[in-house]
Design a protein around this ligand. Structure first.
Ligand code: ZN
Ligand code: ZN
Length: 255
């Protein structure tokens, strides 16, 4: 291992240096993730009070955010609740952008690490790992996946399941990356207003293998959450097909 390490440091490094994805400072080859310590310290983990439903941080306290409390009487929630590991701010915002648009699938390992760091705490007193039977990810359209080469949410979820499976005591966590499918091509959510976002993903999903999810507790993984409606609509199709309950967990919560 030492020889290999020296080889990397002496030969490869000058040609392809390992650098921090955010600030571009040089990293040692032994650094596990592509981020330096300084940039890591800038990441804001979601801590303290959050909206019980959608996971939005509530620095001033309270049980629900403004939208969940006032505007959303007509909005039906299918997902039990949604939580995010960190706030959607730099350096995370840039790292997610790099993962999605700059062909850096290896960053998914770092995001799985972030998901795991707060996982049990952030779901409060539910014993979330023992509760879940199935993990899946928010699907991408076939065309998008073809051009990108991968679905980032699926990569993150796959690695995350490997990590949490070691703590599962009652049975197994099954990873079903292809469980949910998109049946209509939606426009990228970030270009839309809040109301447009809610409509854009409405009934956008369908599922394969409905038999596998009857009476199961399912966790849906995604990279970013803004209105929470994408995950809510995924949960809808799972609940309609007799899943017992659905939780959502994302790397970055927009705040
Ligand atoms: Zn850095
Ligand atoms: Zn809320």
């Amino acid at each position: 291992m030492k020889i290999l390490h020296n080889f990397f440091e002496a030969i490869i490094y000058p040609i392809i240096p390992k650098i921090c994805t955010y600030c571009k400072c040089p990293l040692e080859y032994s650094e596990e993730y592509y981020i330096c310590k300084e940039c890591y310290r800038k990441i804001k983990f979601v801590e303290g009070m959050v909206c019980k439903k959608c996971g939005l941080p509530l620095p001033d306290g309270g049980s629900h955010c403004y939208n969940c409390k006032t505007k959303e009487k007509e909005r039906k929630w299918w997902v039990e609740n949604i939580r995010g590991a960190v706030e959607y701010k730099d350096p995370i915002r840039t790292l997610i952008h790099e993962l999605k648009y700059n062909n850096k699938p290896h960053l998914s390992n770092f995001f799985a690490f972030l998901l795991n760091k707060n996982f049990k705490k952030i779901f409060g007193n539910i014993d979330i790992i023992q509760k879940i039977d199935i993990v899946c990810s928010v699907p991408m359209s076939g065309l998008k996946k073809l051009t990108r080469g991968y679905n980032q949410a699926e990569l993150i979820a796959k690695k995350f399941v490997q990590i949490i499976s070691t703590e599962k005591q009652n049975g197994q966590i099954i990873f079903l990356p292809k469980l949910i499918k998109r049946k209509k091509n939606t426009i990228s959510q970030f270009k839309l207003s809040r109301d447009e976002r809610l409509n854009n993903v409405k009934d956008a999903f369908t599922i394969k293998n409905a038999g596998l999810i009857k009476d199961k507790t399912i966790l849906i993984i995604d990279d970013v959450c803004t209105t929470a409606e994408t995950i809510n609509q995924c949960a809808k199709v799972l609940i309609k097909n007799k899943a017992k309950e659905v939780f959502g967990y994302v790397v970055a919560r927009d705040v």
